[in-house]
Ligand binder design. Structure first.
Ligand code: FES
Ligand SMILES: [Fe+2]
Length: 363
């Protein structure tokens, strides 16, 4: 989606035709720890790149380009053998670091140095049941990432309490913009247990810049957002967005804490996986899982329905609009993304373009 100012302040048009390159030199949420099983290989396309995930003998997750350097067969079609990935075609073996360990066809005297053959390796980080992958701009990138993945406000031992994952048939930007859009709630999520159209009222929320995004500063949740009542007490919620497409909602009520993590992870230019993970510190909350799981599924499914409908319109390559103030977070998203790319290209620090401000809208 390309953002071009139309001249009217705050009103912009976006052309949905050309998919922009994905933001690089960033950590993306890739998988849940439980997806990657010892002794098994798992294929996943991320940002259009074929990747094979596995676990080394010590349990550490690893990721390699899912393409054998010999003749291009996906390594994920092979198997784990003696702590290496064995290609199904000619049995070449690769270590978790991507180095070739064995070429079975070689006989004595055929001195090909296998160790000089490498598959591209990706940096992973695994914490709290989440696996992150570093996606560099330069595919020959071999160093250590300059910083680790996002530092989530969780205890080291906390694991996902609830997970809902859905494939959105849209480009990343549409998934992200849909996620941060405050005005669709009463129309898309108009179910009795969330909120109804007639409950629309004017809202004012304070925002400020955060690391690579913006924060809706701590506030009491809307009175028309019924689900918050479950947590009890007087909840305070803080919502953070940051590149590449991450949203954190931190809900605190007394000693109870719920952390909602949402990632829009681009698989290809036209498919985005949206994963919502909830963590909590209240032991009793797991009893609610059978009840919360379908709610999460319905809720995310409503958003998915909208981007699926939107896809119909986008086939005609319309010009789109972003209006103040409800679409301001979306405008910030595009500015942040642009600034991130510019800062990288010019080899200078990222300067967050988001101001401290109050946004007003009805929802
Ligand atoms: S294609 Fe992989 S070993 Fe030949
Ligand atoms: Fe939504």
């Amino acid at each position: 989606m390309d953002l071009t100012a139309t001249g009217t302040e705050g009103v912009t048009a976006a052309s949905a035709s050309a998919a922009p390159p994905f933001a690089r030199d960033l950590w993306y949420f890739a998988l849940l720890s439980r997806d990657v099983k010892a002794g098994k290989l798992l294929h996943k396309t991320l940002l259009g790149e074929p990747i094979v995930f596995g676990r080394a003998p010590d349990g550490a997750a690893f990721a390699l380009r899912d393409l054998c350097p010999h003749r291009g067969v996906p390594l994920s079609a092979g198997k784990m053998q003696d702590g290496t990935v064995e290609c199904p075609y000619h049995g070449w073996r690769f270590g978790p670091d991507g180095g070739c360990r064995l070429i079975p066809s070689l006989v004595e005297g055929q001195d090909i140095d296998a160790s000089r053959i490498r598959v591209r390796r990706y940096h992973l980080s695994e914490k709290n049941g989440l696996i992150w992958i570093y996606m560099p701009a330069d595919e020959r990138f071999a160093g250590e990432p300059p910083e680790g993945p996002p530092d989530l406000p969780l205890d080291p031992t906390q694991k996902p309490g609830l997970v809902e994952r859905q494939l959105f048939p849209c480009q990343l930007d549409h998934a992200v913009v849909g996620l941060m859009d405050p005005a669709h709630g009463p129309f898309v999520h108009n179910v009795w247990w969330w909120r109804k159209p007639h409950s629309i009222h004017a809202k004012a929320k304070n925002y400020g810049p955060s690391r690579r995004g913006f924060t809706m500063l701590p506030h009491a949740p809307s009175k028309n957002a019924g689900l918050y009542k479950l947590i009890g007490g007087r909840p305070v919620t803080e919502i953070v967005f940051e590149l590449p497409g991450l949203r954190y909602e931190i809900i605190t009520a007394g000693t109870s804490k719920v952390f909602g993590f949402t990632s829009c992870t681009p698989l290809t230019a036209t498919e985005t996986e949206v994963t919502q993970v909830f963590f909590w510190n209240m032991g009793w909350a797991k009893l609610l899982r059978p009840f919360l799981q379908p709610i999460a599924r319905i809720f995310l499914g409503q958003d998915r329905t909208m981007v699926t409908l939107q896809r119909e319109g986008l086939k005609h390559d319309p010009r789109l609009m972003l209006i103040r103030d409800a679409d301001m977070p979306a405008m910030w998203y595009f500015r942040i993304k642009k600034e991130w790319a510019a800062a990288k290209a010019e080899n200078r620090p990222f300067v967050n373009p988001v101001p401290e401000t109050t946004l007003r809208w009805r929802s």
